[in-house]
Design a protein around this ligand. Sequence first.
Ligand SMILES: Cc1cc2nc3c(=O)[nH]c(=O)nc-3n(C[C@H](O)[C@H](O)[C@H](O)COP(=O)(O)OP(=O)(O)OC[C@H]3O[C@@H](n4cnc5c(N)ncnc54)[C@H](O)[C@@H]3O)c2cc1C
Length: 481
Amino acid sequence: ETLYLALGGGIGSFVWVDTLRIYGVRPEHIRVISIARKPYERYERLLTNCQIPRWKRIRSGSDSCPDNIWGWPGYALRDAWRSFFSGRLLEAFGFLWQVFSEPLLADTYTPRAGDVFASMDREAARIGWEQMLCYGHIRAIRKTEDGRYVVAYSATRPGHTDHRFMVAKYLHLATGYPAIKLLNDLQEFREKTGDLRSVVHGYEPHDHVYEQLEKQGGTVLIRGFGIVASQVMERLYEARKVNPRISVVHLSRAPKSGNRFGRAKRAVDNHWEFQPFNWPKGTWGGVLRAKLEAATPLERRELLEAWGGTTTASRRKWRRIVRQGLREGWYSIVFGKVESVVPGDKGKPVTYIRGTHNNTQLKVEADFVIDCTGLVSDPMTNPLLNDLITHYNLPLNPHGRLHVSNDFELVEMRNRDGRMYAAGIITLGGPYAPVDTFLGLQYCAHRSVEHLARLRAPGVKGLEGIRSLWQWCKWALNISP
Ligand SMILES: Cc1cc2nc3c(=O)[nH]c(=O)nc-3n(C[C@H](O)[C@H](O)[C@H](O)COP(=O)(O)OP(=O)(O)OC[C@H]3O[C@@H](n4cnc5c(N)ncnc54)[C@H](O)[C@@H]3O)c2cc1C
């Protein structure tokens, strides 16, 4: 039995538990059920698969600090501090200049993955994360008759079956992306041929693609124009330094001219559409956040469609690689709709495309196809969420995700004083656009814990004025909250 229970154990759970701890809840009243020891374990696995090792920069701002709910000092200041004391003064100044002038005069600052993980390790130790962690696969969630919730989970390890229950009064659900799913035509190719090597998803391990290309050369077909496609392009560019006989064909449905919203228009360069983060910055805390929160569910869908879409970060290096590829002829962009992907004579994937311009059929024979179109966020594909939604007949929002209140509560799961909250991609389409970002997850945590404070939930004190300053000092001095 416990009071507060976080389900998932990823970054969303981590920032919720961090917020609870800072708001005064003691670690013995919090439990986390997870299959991962580190809160960033799944995130790091996905990053590594899409070619972002620890030393590379991710796609969030300086103030998106999952280790620090105040967001200050941000990662840029910490980077500048480190560089300054290592004697690299120009580099230190460069980071400060970036956050001062981004995105107009400099590329937007983003932290290194490894620095974010190190900062989360420090915060995890400070709040006693390991002490609260229980290993387990969550199977089902049910309301109890005494105003609480019971969670069935399996802590089975090889050779040892172990099924358990945990009972809690307040639940927080953050299970992240339910699955990785290939585009339908690529999935069909795989099912027909059983070939898991030539058609790959950018989020699954696919280092063999680069290894083979570096040895033998070949052609790669990329589908999707998001940040993963940019990372894959950079990796292919590096592979071309080892073996220049590599060519890249990039498939796009139609030429891009830049999404518009009111008088704003996104920048486009060679059909790559740019935005520093996956949502316009005003959706985190500006006027767009307020607008979305005030909108009806259907209006929210329209707004999210206008603000969202596929974009990548505008980084000088990536823009240069694309221009160089087009100029030298090893990179080309093809416009059209895929009709089928079938095995060619040598078993390689052949993609038949109906051209956008003249409706003719194009044929692209490639050694590898890399699907960079994203992850699946339909909650019905996750057995746990499917069971919860079906059993309690939970409403979904127009995006098909869990319907939450402005405080991220699953209102239909109320059980007398018991409350259940959700966060992350499973709530997309609700009151907040960037739910699947570090800062967005912190916002969800802030709203739900403030809600708990208003309900006078046990141990949750406010975090106003002096108390906030005091807690920040404890953070800065690395003292337990
Ligand atoms: C490749 C990639 C790069 C990203 N880069 C950025 C970035 O630069 N900046 C940014 O702000 N955001 C970024 N994001 C978005 C977001 O911050 C991350 O996806 C983040 O990890 C989401 O946290 P989460 O807790 O919702 O999900 P996760 O971190 O994925 O955690 C969910 C956890 O729940 C567990 N789980 C699910 N079901 C069960 C079950 N039944 N039983 C037990 N455990 C279960 C999973 O195993 C996982 O450990 C990125 C996302 C991806 C995929």
